[in-house]
Design a protein around this ligand. Structure first.
Ligand code: GLP
Length: 244
């Protein structure tokens, strides 16, 4: 794992943006794996500002809620449109279809999309319980795209985006751990003290399905970009860290 520790969210966005812009330059017809949530917002802002040439780039997103209409501002379709797709030209944009009546079929469809578009660079955030995409603790490392019931802690963490507690979806379609690990390279971003336990477990803990992000220790091209607060529980001396 390459670990880059930055001072604040602005630097974090810049570092991650540089990695993405470099991939786009190297592979103008490449596939970018996109993430949602608060963590990538600054990165997408830089993309809107700097406008790298994305016209040949295909995007695939990690996940989508089940039964949340795409026109719903809380859906990840809506988020991606607002943050990125409406602002830059892409070759194609894919997200799992959480509105399909048969969710299992939607998962199989999405695996086909991923097979046809192998990811060159996958952007990831991390949940407070070390979930990646919506792969909650206990998810099999062999999982491909599947339906998942969100844990109470993830629903609480995402509560801030919804008006009422009962509006927070209970299920989602997510790329599986195996689907994510197929990406040629991965960049994971995290900021704030709330993520410190997850970051420590991911980098220094044992590789276990109880800590989904720990599987990234096995990937041969992962860059972790974290701010000092998210990195604060790691034992820095043990690590090969770049202080940005
Ligand atoms: C959600 C998303 C994840 C994201 C995580 C952290 O559960 N499905 O892809 O990484 O939240 O979100 P945030 O960046 O808002 O802290």
């Amino acid at each position: 794992m390459n670990i880059i520790v930055v001072k604040n969210e602005q630097e974090l966005a810049q570092k991650a943006y540089d990695i993405i812009a470099n991939m786009i330059e190297q592979k103008p017809n490449g596939v970018l794996g996109c993430a949602t949530g608060g963590s990538p917002v600054g990165i997408y802002e830089l993309m809107r500002k700097n406008k790298p040439n994305t016209s040949g780039i295909t995007t695939v997103n990690l996940d989508e809620y089940i039964n949340l209409d795409f026109a719903n501002p809380k859906s990840y379709h809506y988020y991606m449109n607002e943050e990125l797709f409406a602002h830059l030209p892409f070759k194609a944009n894919y997200l799992p279809n959480g509105m399909k009546e048969n969710a299992e079929e939607a998962c199989a469809d999405y695996e086909k999309v991923l097979e046809a578009h192998p990811v060159d660079l996958q952007l990831l955030g991390i949940g407070e319980n070390a979930h990646i995409a919506f792969n909650e603790p206990g998810t099999s490392f062999e999982s491909t795209t599947h339906v998942i019931e969100l844990t109470e802690s993830t629903r609480q963490a995402n509560r801030r985006y919804f008006e009422r507690e009962e509006d927070v979806p209970t299920h989602a379609i997510t790329m599986g751990i195996k689907s994510i690990m197929r990406a040629k390279s991965i960049v994971l971003v995290a900021s704030g003290e709330k993520k410190a336990d997850a970051i420590k477990a991911m980098i220094e803990g044992e590789i276990t399905e109880e800590c989904p992000a720990s599987i990234l220790q096995k990937h041969n091209d992962v860059t972790i970009v974290v701010d000092e607060a998210a990195f604060s529980k790691c034992e820095k001396s043990k690590l090969d860290v770049v202080m940005a």
